[in-house]
Write a protein that binds this ligand. Structure first.
Ligand SMILES: [Zn+2]
Length: 143
C-alpha cells in the first residue's frame, strides 16, 4: 500500500485568488479559462483585467480540453517522493484549440510525445485536488 500512501503526499498547487473559479471547476472535471468580452481573446493564466486590451470584462468559459503539444520536457528525477514515484514523466505547454497555453503534465511514453502531437485532457486526483493532465488524442479507426 506504499503507492497509495505516496499519492497522498502530492505537493498541492499554489492557488492564485483570481483563479479560484478554475480550481472550483476542476472539482467537476471542467477545464476552464477566461475570455475577454471586449476583444474576444482567450486569457490565461487568470487575470483581473485583459492583458490584450485592459478590459475588465473577463468571463470564465469551459475549454473543450483539446490542443497540441507546444513544448515539453521529460523529467527523470522527481523533485519530491510523490513525483519521483512516477518518473519518468513529461511536463510542458499545451496550446489549446481556444488559443491559450496551459502548463501541464503530458502522459504517454516519452518517446511517443512530439511537438504538435494532438492531446486531450483527462483529470487525475492529486491529494485533495483534481488536476488536468493531457494524453495523446486517440483517433477512431476509419470505418
Ligand atoms: Zn480584451
Amino acid at each position: 500500500m506504499s503507492e497509495t500512501k505516496a499519492t497522498n503526499d502530492w505537493p498541492q498547487p499554489y492557488r492564485l485568488p483570481a483563479a479560484e473559479p478554475y480550481w472550483a471547476a476542476l472539482a467537476n472535471e471542467w477545464l476552464t479559462f477566461q475570455r475577454c468580452a471586449d476583444c474576444a481573446q482567450a486569457v490565461w493564466p487568470a487575470h483581473s483585467f485583459c492583458p490584450h486590451c485592459e478590459s475588465a470584462a473577463l468571463t470564465w468559459v469551459r475549454s473543450a480540453g483539446r490542443g497540441t503539444v507546444y513544448s515539453y520536457s521529460t523529467i527523470m528525477r522527481g523533485p519530491t517522493p510523490a513525483w519521483a514515484s512516477i518518473t519518468p514523466y513529461t511536463v510542458g505547454f499545451v496550446h489549446l484549440h481556444e488559443d491559450y497555453y496551459l502548463f501541464t503534465q503530458i502522459e504517454g511514453e516519452p518517446d511517443t510525445i512530439r511537438i504538435g502531437t494532438e492531446v486531450s485532457v483527462r483529470f487525475v486526483r492529486r491529494g485533495e485536488q483534481k488536476l488536468p493532465v493531457f494524453a495523446p488524442t486517440t483517433t477512431d479507426p476509419e470505418a
